[in-house]
Design a binder for this molecule. Structure first.
Ligand code: ZN
Ligand code: ZN
Length: 439
């Protein structure tokens, strides 16, 4: 049977009459204990009303009940150990009196930053956590609102009023402020921006992402002219530059659906990727004009297409897709072969390939034998010692080794089937195929 209004009222008064004498408590903390009572009221309004009501009833804390003490809580400096002149709230230590200050500090941090949504989070000190746990245990109420919850909301409301824009968002807020009470700092975490598209790499010799100098690991040395980079440019940097300039982002990452070798081109419709801009100050970007800016500034090197805004989830999707790759390979042979030899060898090559980790990547990959399928293979002789091949393979199939045999580590290989040493002279990726890509 549910309580009548009269019973609820009596219970609230009894509960408040126990809490009030326990020690000085602020209206916010008193109100938090009754947070689900009275829709549309703030905790401080609830607290103030109860305090007034109890005073009118002559029950405002002179009941003779003992104040909470250190002996009782096990928390130093509580109750009897506290000076009577500092009447700060024993629960929050005056935190709710600092709401405007926290909001003001956050507003300064948000100056010049574009955002629609925000969220506040707080890291409590161990002492505040102890007091909160003690309070919950001692004055168990079904209506308690946790300190964190109440503080985050109050600071958020004050912040919104100060900056005059934004709404609170509990998932993916543009701005997340973390108030750390352990060191009295506020950290601002800005939601990254994400753009999906495809890139073509029209020249050989540039890596997909920024590659730290091998000699100095990126710190900067004479060998890399103090750039910290092994290669002066990368696909990542060429695409990111106009985006970083337009958004005033701190940095950018390119998340590719796999990567081609540095000496391979990426042609055809291009390779899917997500560009992530970290800590952008501007969020409303003209994507079409930025795409044009990339293609103009990197003409002849890198070309992007179909750029569009996506959510963070697309990053994991693009990186995890096991896409099939289509390659064009210019292959040279140690001695002359015939077209019939070539087409016979290519048909026998299609199927399951066992590849032990290639020597050239063994420093960064576990030494394993992987089974990958070569799905299709075709090609024509350009001369008795040279052919142009088109090969489609499963994700993870190493094409250079499929041709050379990697000294017997890849079986079968074109070298083995022809009985003639074969090697890739030039490699292009001409498609990256998966039904999962969002284009
Ligand atoms: Zn308080
Ligand atoms: Zn260096």
């Amino acid at each position: 049977m549910s309580e009548s209004i009269r019973e609820i009222g009596e219970r609230m008064i009894e509960e408040a009459a126990v809490i009030l004498p326990a020690g000085p408590i602020c209206d916010d903390c008193l109100g938090r204990a009754f947070a689900r009572c009275g829709h549309g009221l703030s905790n401080s309004e609830r607290g103030r009303s109860l305090r007034t009501l109890l005073a009118m009833l002559g029950r405002s804390g002179k009941s003779g009940a003992a104040e909470i003490s250190t002996a009782e809580t096990g928390i130093a400096g509580v109750g009897t150990a506290r000076s009577d002149t500092t009447r700060t709230c024993w629960l929050c230590a005056g935190l709710f009196g600092r709401v405007a200050e926290f909001a003001g500090r956050a507003a300064v941090m948000a100056e010049g930053v574009e955002f629609d949504s925000y969220l506040f989070g707080v890291k409590l000190t161990p002492r505040l956590k102890q007091m909160e746990a003690f309070f919950d245990e001692r004055f168990s109420s079904a209506h308690n609102e946790p300190l964190k919850h109440a503080l985050n909301r109050e600071v958020g409301k004050a912040f919104e009023a100060q900056v005059g824009r934004g709404t609170v968002a509990f998932t993916n807020p543009h701005l997340l402020f973390v108030i750390d009470l352990n060191n009295d700092t506020i950290e601002l975490r800005t939601l990254s921006l994400y753009f999906y598209g495809r890139y073509c790499k029209l020249i050989r010799g540039i890596p997909q992402t920024r590659w730290p100098c091998r000699a100095c690991q990126g710190k900067g040395c004479k060998g890399c002219s103090f750039t910290g980079k092994q290669y002066p440019e990368s696909v990542e940097e060429l695409i990111a530059a106009p985006f970083i300039a337009a958004s005033t982002a701190k940095a950018a990452h390119l998340h590719g659906a796999g990567r081609e070798d540095i000496d391979a081109r990426m042609l055809g419709p291009g390779r899917p990727f997500v560009l992530e801009l970290l800590s952008p100050k501007q969020r409303l970007l003209d994507i079409a004009s930025l795409q044009r800016a990339v293609n103009t500034a990197s003409a002849g090197k890198v070309e992007v297409s179909d750029l569009r805004s996506v959510s963070r989830e697309t990053v994991a999707m693009v990186k995890e897709v096991r896409a099939e790759k289509v390659y064009r390979a210019r292959v040279s042979f140690a001695r002359e072969i015939s077209s019939v030899d070539l087409s016979n060898a290519l048909s026998s090559l299609v199927g399951t390939i066992e590849q032990r980790t290639p020597v050239r990547v063994s420093h960064r990959r576990a030494d394993l034998v992987r089974k990958r399928r070569l799905l299709t293979a075709g090609g024509t002789l350009l001369s008795p010692c040279e052919a142009d091949l088109v090969l489609q393979g499963e994700s993870g199939l190493y094409i250079k080794e499929l041709i050379s045999g990697d000294e017997g580590r890849t079986v079968p290989s074109l070298t083995e089937l022809l009985g003639v040493a074969s090697r890739v002279a030039e490699l292009d990726v001409i498609d990256v195929v998966s039904a999962s890509f969002p284009d």
